[in-house]
Design a protein around this ligand. Structure first.
Ligand code: WT7
Length: 651
């Protein structure tokens, strides 16, 4: 197998300019594993500390207690690290390039000095609304500079932000506002995206029905749309900003004080609030941004993610700004007004590093090379991908057509929980293989475990579940308000390790190939979703008795959402009902959770003890029912015949 894989050695150009070449990678990696304490003591200096740390690493993955602390006795302010410390040397340099949804609208170039003033004004407004250190603030915003100001303003105050992706429904927003007991929701009138608008303020008002009366909202005028208004609760940012002071003293926080909470889906129950703290997270985000993307002064770096996801946190805002970089923020979508938009933006702003998701690459690949070839992409030096495994065909297209055959591709494997890249090529050090995330980052010790026994597979070539042996500074610290869930989710199945939830293969060269989730988590267009969440949305509908949700292979999205639905007695299935259920799930969770296929299931395959046999449902959804395996333990084997007969994903 590995002999057939085409390899791309480090290019001369990448080697010549890179911060890290192969020799340095080997040396630094060995040092990071041999003596993590010494390694991170030095790397921690990437960040400016108010009070320096004396302790570096204090972590245990159990058994028993799980506790993760880095640089614990140090203090700092994250916004001062992302802004103030650059003012003397690069105050007039562009910090953020903002590209609006409509190509006809002017882009903005915000300097570090302007970013400082804007962040301070936002911090003053929030402080006037009663936000103080340790308070939670939810950010439900379009991709506009004010979203970054809002994050940094919270960090400046020492408040904890929780960004909720603007594509989430009012119900999902309300659950998150209540879940972290937020004092304020920062939102906008509407969010333009791909020529359409999401009514964020209207959604926020609806979400507030599920929240405490005391929650306030701060509303940014993005479109100027007419919006409902409640003087007792709503503060107009565009008014307040006129008189807000443009200085605000950064608040000193401990390294282990939370910086943000980000809700993400798991295999059971409702989304959990992943908690990241200040010191270790920032060190890790800055370091990975610098080395993985080989960022140098003068580069224009663009990550096309949304700040609603961790990628936007670490690689649009915190990592780049901590490094004094120029980071591009894009409000729109890859295909608006046409399939050339990404490349038009790259050419317009002379982007040097471009980081996006495989689903976008696949969608654009399908539109034809002419959309790329129209634009001058000679400024590009490096390409990146994240979010799901990239198929070699898409990798090759990205490399050849977008990168002109000269740009290394960094396929970065990581998770909301990990804060930053864990397995990734470094452009000056790593031989690339299309589809492989290749090698661990500094300080990261991946292990492949035999799924059943949990034994570590120590041969070079290995296939099993992907775990991490020891901590790294960017690791999540807990689940907000539920440390037990943290321990149970990540440290119980395989004692002593961090369990990623992914399967992987390690080849003879020690390169890692991520094979996808081994739990009941779907990855739909790079968006993570629990099958349990979609199921609970479906069964909340009055006509649904029972539902089981699985993923199936989808050409563009990676995975599609396949739902088996058993209706209440006497309810007739119909196409209208299918639409109704689809809409219902969108309302409960958001458009990203929209079911692709809904099959009416008179019964679900269950064991005699009543457990749904998902393995069978997955096979049927994959149109691979020849390999159903043993069905003899089913309470009623005949339901399977009906499901096969009426399967919806026929190739
Ligand atoms: C899951 C994490 C990390 C930011 C975006 C997603 C999958 C992520 C890769 C990659 C193969 C990948 C994994 C992981 N994933 N990157 N390069 N190759 N799979 O963050 O929403 O927390 O999802 O995304 O399955 O567990 P997330």
């Amino acid at each position: 197998m590995s002999t057939e894989v085409k390899q791309y050695p480090v290019t001369e150009d990448a080697a010549a300019r890179a911060h890290v070449d192969a020799e340095r990678y080997a040396r630094m990696y060995a040092a990071s594993i041999d003596d993590p304490e010494a390694f991170w003591r030095e790397q921690g200096q990437r960040v400016d500390w108010i009070k320096p740390y004396s302790r570096v690493k204090d972590t245990t993955f159990g058994p028993g207690e799980v506790s993760i602390k880095w640089f614990e006795d140090g203090t700092l302010n994250v916004s001062a690290n992302c802004i103030d410390r650059h003012l003397a040397t690069r105050g007039e340099q562009t910090a953020i390039i903002w590209e609006p949804d409509e190509p006809g609208e002017d882009a903005l170039h915000i300097t570090y000095r302007e970013l400082h003033a804007a962040t301070c004004r936002m911090a003053n407004i929030l402080a006037d609304m009663g936000v103080a250190k340790g308070d939670r603030v939810v950010i439900y915003m379009p991709m506009i500079p004010e979203a970054a100001y809002a994050m940094l303003a919270c960090a400046r105050i020492g408040a904890i932000h929780s960004v909720v992706f603007a594509g989430f429904s009012p119900d999902a927003l309300g659950a998150r506002v209540s879940g972290c007991d937020a004092k304020v929701v920062i939102t906008a009138d509407s969010a333009p995206r791909g020529g359409r608008k999401t009514p964020l303020k209207v959604n926020t008002d609806k979400a507030f029905k599920h929240c405490k009366d005391s929650v306030k909202s701060l509303v940014v005028r993005r479109t100027g749309d007419d919006i409902p208004w409640d003087d007792a609760r709503d503060v107009d940012y565009n008014e307040a900003v006129k008189t807000a002071s443009d200085s605000f003293e950064p608040v000193e926080v401990g390294a282990e004080d939370p910086l943000f909470i980000l809700y993400t889906s798991g295999s059971t129950g409702q989304p959990k609030g992943v908690v990241h703290t200040s010191g270790g997270y920032l060190v890790y985000a800055a370091m990975t941004h610098r080395f993985t993307f080989d960022y140098h002064d003068g580069d224009v770096y663009w990550c096309s993610a949304d700040v609603g996801w961790v990628t936007g946190h670490s690689y649009i805002v915190y990592g780049p700004l901590a490094n004094g970089a120029t980071t591009l923020m894009f409000e729109g979508v890859p295909t608006y007004p046409d399939a050339g938009r990404f490349w038009e933006v790259c050419a317009k702003h002379s982007v040097t590093q471009f980081y996006t998701a495989p689903t976008a690459i696949r969608a654009l690949m399908g539109q034809g090379d002419q959309w790329v070839e129209k634009h001058d992409l000679s400024s590009l030096r490096l390409l990146g991908t994240v979010g799901e495994p990239i198929n070699p065909e898409a990798w090759n297209w990205y490399h050849r057509v977008v990168g002109g055959g000269r740009c290394p591709i960094v396929d970065t494997w990581w998770q909301t929980e990990t804060g930053g890249h864990l397995i990734t090529p470094l452009p000056g050090a790593t031989t690339l293989k299309p589809g492989s995330a290749t090698k661990p980052f500094f300080g990261v010790q991946p292990v492949v475990l035999e799924p059943q026994t949990g034994e570590e597979i120590t041969t070079a070539e290995a296939e099993g579940v992907l775990c991490i042996k020891d901590s790294w500074p960017g690791q999540m610290r807990t689940v907000w308000g539920d440390h037990e869930r943290f321990v149970k989710t990540y440290f119980s199945d395989y004692a002593g390790y961090y369990f990623s939830g992914d399967g992987c293969r390690r080849d003879a060269d020690g390169d890692y190939w991520i094979t996808g989730r081994v739990d009941d988590v779907l990855n739909v267009s790079g968006h993570r979703m629990g099958t349990a969440e979609v199921e609970s949305a479906l069964v909340a509908h009055e006509k649904v008795a029972e539902a089981a949700v699985v993923g199936y292979p989808h050409d563009i999205k990676g995975q599609g959402i396949y739902c088996y639905v058993t209706l209440m007695n006497g309810v007739e299935p119909s196409e209208e009902l299918r639409q109704e259920l689809r809409q219902f799930v969108r309302t409960e969770i958001g458009p990203i959770a929209s079911p692709d296929l809904i099959q009416w299931a008179p019964g679900l395959p269950k064991t005699r003890s009543g457990k749904i046999m998902r393995r069978i449902l997955r096979k049927i959804a994959e149109d691979d029912f020849g390999a159903l395996g043993d069905t003899s333990t089913l309470a009623d084997p005949s339901v399977v015949d009906d499901l096969i007969e009426n399967r919806m994903n026929r190739k």
